[in-house]
Design a binder for this molecule. Structure first.
Ligand SMILES: C[C@H](O)[C@H](O)[C@H]1CNC2=NC(N)=NC(=O)C2=N1
Length: 98
């Protein structure tokens, strides 16, 4: 099992992320795309990676907006698996978010 990291330290390396409004240690990002097509295309790319690495975001979508929360249930905290997913999300969203 991967060890839980200090959320403040994690966030120092992820400028687009914030502490999630959640009782669990978790990080969050809101992404706004041009339209639903761009948002859902992004979600599809992230979903394929999530399934491959067996690490899944908790997220919701309303039209062009995607709310993402990352945490590692097994570790009851934020781990390197969340950091890796956050980096992938940042890359996948680059140039697509307002
Ligand atoms: C059994 C399976 O490996 C686990 O439930 C995986 C699936 N996806 C997961 N996703 C996330 N975000 N955290 C987990 O701890 C996790 N665990």
């Amino acid at each position: 099992m991967t060890a839980a990291l200090d959320v403040t330290e994690v966030l120092a390396g992820l400028p687009d992320w914030r502490r999630a409004d959640d009782p669990r240690p978790a990080i969050a990002r809101t992404l706004r795309f041009a339209d639903f097509n761009a948002a859902f295309g992004f979600m599809t790319r992230v979903a394929l990676l999530a399934d491959k690495v067996d690490h899944h975001p908790e997220w919701s979508n309303v039209y062009n907006r995607v709310e993402v929360l990352l945490t590692t249930h097994d570790a009851d905290g934020v781990t390197e698996r969340d950091v890796a997913m956050a980096r992938f999300i940042d890359e996948a969203a680059k140039g697509l978010v307002e």
